[in-house]
Design a binder for this molecule. Structure first.
Ligand SMILES: Cc1ncc(COP(=O)(O)O)c(C=O)c1O
Length: 306
């Protein structure tokens, strides 16, 4: 998939033409996966471009690096300003994806990464629509397990972690489904390759706890908060693998996937094979909130670019 990258990127404090922002082949992150990233969306509603939950993304961006003492040498305000700034610089008036990342630069082959290791920071952006069909996708449990705190911290959004997602996705595609669901080290449901998972049973939303190695997703948090306000009970607990196939509804959440219904799991139809009622309710609410068409209760989640 080739990206339609916007003309300018932000690189170490300056705007640069995308093709001029390069790093040497000796960059530590290329060799060891010592990169940290975020995925953020901004929504164009015909009047303004709004970055969704910018503060939470910037906080997680810094926290991810702290697990590994990888320094982000810009303040939260500078990063937030650069994120809205790069949208402005590119005169973006379409919904887009924003990818800030930082990584260990020239640090030889040293595995003792400390706060002193030099880092570079960049932000790229590109117009972006739906990642998955909003009519629902198929999914299946794969044999690869989600890595856990027994090996590396699942709460750190590190480049290297995504090898687990890549090998899981390859297996899912070989099995003929759209998306992989991974089990945690105990065999309970963890999450999908790049999304959190929710099931609906008895009118309640159920999602795995962070102890199941699920990322503390910002969309997951959004769904929990809006469900609460809609009077839908949310339970965070272990989900046994077999609960997936008897769930009334299943959906995934993520910045890129937004809220995506799963209509078939392990070749079994979920519900009647169409997005369920609660899933559709959450999708509608989410779309209204990000487009600033809701009642204003969640407007603090939106940062206007223009
Ligand atoms: C492994 C993984 N789980 C879950 C998510 C969803 O997180 P968020 O809603 O913050 O985008 C992502 C995306 O960042 C992810 O990569």
């Amino acid at each position: 998939m080739k990206l339609l990258l916007s003309k300018y990127v932000w690189f170490d404090g300056r705007y640069a033409l995308a093709e001029k922002a390069n790093v040497p082949i000796t960059t530590h992150a290329i060799h060891y996966g010592t990169s940290v990233f975020e995925g953020i969306r901004a929504y164009w509603n015909g009047e303004n471009l709004h970055v969704f939950r910018l503060d939470e993304h910037v906080k997680r961006f810094r926290r991810s690096g702290q697990f590994y003492n990888i320094s982000l040498n810009f303040s939260d305000e500078e990063i937030s300003g650069a994120i809205t700034g790069i949208c402005k610089k590119n005169k973006l008036k379409r919904s887009c994806y924003i990818r800030p990342f930082y990584f260990v630069g020239e640090y030889g082959i040293d595995l003792h990464v400390t706060e002193k290791a030099p880092t570079n920071v960049a932000i790229i952006t590109f117009p972006f629509g739906d990642l998955f069909s909003k009519n629902g996708i198929t999914a299946g449990v794969v044999s690869w397990r989600k890595f856990s705190d027994r090996s590396t911290p699942p709460q750190a959004k590190m480049g290297g972690n995504y090898l687990n997602s890549i090998i899981a996705t390859q297996e899912a595609k070989r099995n003929g489904v759209d998306e992989a669901v991974l089990l945690d080290h105990n065999g309970n449901v963890s999450e999908a390759s790049g999304e959190n998972i929710f099931i609906v049973r008895g009118g309640q939303l159920i999602t795995p706890t962070l102890a199941s190695s699920a990322l503390n997703g910002i969309t997951r948090d959004t769904v929990i908060k809006i469900a609460d306000n809609l009077g839908i009970k949310v339970v965070e607990r272990d989900i046994a693998r077999s609960e997936l196939v008897i769930a009334n509804e299943i959906f995934l959440t993520g910045t890129a996937a937004e809220i995506t219904p799963i209509i078939s799991m392990d070749s079994k139809k979920i519900g009647d094979g169409n997005p369920g009622e609660i899933t559709k309710k959450m999708m509608d609410k989410y779309a209204n909130i990000v487009m600033n068409r809701d009642d204003g209760r969640y407007s603090h989640w939106l940062t206007a670019v223009y």
